[in-house]
Design a binder for this molecule. Structure first.
Ligand code: PLP
Length: 391
């Protein structure tokens, strides 16, 4: 693929637009499966946000089994539209949103709720009692490493140590309408944090912290897992990891599935890892509309900044043409983004960018143009294009 080829393929498409390069997606599907060896892969729907792509990946390779969803209403919508094996990756407490999912389970769907607090367990137990079913749950185990001087991880789950786990297991024993199906430990500081940090100091420290953290969290997870086994619970789900940690997560032999989403589109932040490299497959095109001075080309739009702690790496990444640079003082703007290019660019052509985070681009566009090396082959809808906005 080169810049002129891309401009030709998209010359008739109204701008801005989102585009999915199918050969790259196909390659990522296979490469991720190889990285995961023979272990099942659960797709993180938050990092995809497009039903067509979710379906496509599930059909491409049978190692992809089920989804990790991110909202109860999303889960219901996907379940009603034929998806099954849905693990809701995060706890929710709004009764009315949980209720229809209980009915789906009653009708035979495989849906599992994520929990960590006693409150999460109690509300699901209430629902189970009301609808006379045992509600399948998965315990979210905190995988952060506390170095004392730095909390290396995220603040999500309240189950941080064996004591916390024992308390939850004791509570589960008293709740007649709860069925402990699995555990999940998302090691965000490994899976979601690349080694090639823009900041010099971080570039030195992060790889070192990651190395130690991997060892500690593996020991921690093993202890938790073995305790649960010893207590007589049978786990069908032992989930860990993300795109950034597949190999490391799978060093722990009891892990029976990894969650992967971002690697499928290989968004900007995933250029920062040293031990794998996927192909950028999803990007967006913005039109060069102005040329205020020689070598400066200003486009309409561009400012799709990623969530999380702010930093330069949350800006879009330039995809094509490679030698274009953004202007630091302006960044990527709400309606206008200037770029510097030493080569001459054409008004009316596009600059192609990648979002830093995989799924978030789909919240900006209703449709995605799917293309191969020659031409546009399909137009598909994002969640947003289907009128859905969950988080
Ligand atoms: C619970 C959980 N599991 C797994 C992942 C990994 O997803 P991805 O492969 O898109 O990085 C995430 C991402 O934030 C997550 O929150």
């Amino acid at each position: 693929m080169d810049y002129q080829q891309l401009n030709t393929i998209f010359s008739e498409i109204p701008r801005p637009f989102a585009a999915l390069y199918l050969p790259a997606l196909q390659k990522n599907v296979q490469d991720i499966a190889v990285r995961a060896r023979n272990v099942a892969i659960r797709i993180a729907s938050k990092s995809v946000r497009c039903r067509w792509v979710l379906n496509y990946v599930l059909q491409q390779n049978s190692q992809y089994q089920g989804l990790m969803t991110y909202h109860p209403e999303e889960t219901l919508w996907l379940s009603e539209n034929g998806f099954d094996n849905l693990l809701i990756g995060y706890p929710f407490t709004f009764y009315e949103a949980l209720k229809p999912l209980i009915l789906q389970i009653k009708n035979g769907k495989n849906i599992v709720f994520m929990v960590d607090l006693p409150y999460h367990l109690e509300i699901l137990n209430d629902l189970g009692r009301r609808y006379e079913i045992k509600v399948p749950i998965c315990l979210d185990l905190d995988m952060s490493t506390d170095f004392g001087w730095i909390w290396f991880g995220v603040k999500r789950s309240s189950i941080r140590n064996l004591e916390d786990l024992k308390q939850r297991l004791n509570l589960i024993r008293t709740l007649n309408f709860i069925d402990l199906k699995g555990i999940m430990g998302y090691e965000a500081q490994i899976a979601g944090l690349g080694e090639k940090q823009p900041n010099f100091l971080k570039r030195l420290v992060v790889p070192w912290l990651k190395k130690i953290s991997v060892l500690r969290l593996a020991k921690h997870r093993r202890t938790m897992y073995e305790w649960i086994q010893k207590e007589g619970f049978t786990l069908s789900i032992v989930n860990g990891g993300g795109t950034g940690s597949i190999e490391k997560t799978l060093q722990e032999p009891y892990i029976n599935e990894v969650t992967v989403g971002s690697g499928l589109y290989s968004s900007g932040l995933f250029d920062m890892y040293s031990d794998f490299c996927h192909e950028p497959s999803l990007f967006f095109g913005i039109e060069i509309t102005r040329n205020p001075e020689p070598n400066i080309y200003t486009c309409a739009g561009g400012g799709y900044i990623a969530s999380g702690a702010i930093g330069i790496e949350k800006q879009p990444k330039i995809f094509f043409p490679h030698d274009v640079q953004f202007i630091k003082e302006e960044g990527f703007g709400e309606v206008q983004t200037p770029f510097y290019s030493k080569n001459s660019l054409k008004i009316g052509d596009c600059i192609f960018l990648r979002h830093a985070k995989a799924g978030e681009l789909c919240e900006r566009f209703n449709k995605i143009f799917v293309f191969d090396n020659q031409t546009i082959i399909d137009e598909i809808l994002t969640y947003r294009g289907e009128g859905k906005c969950f988080l």
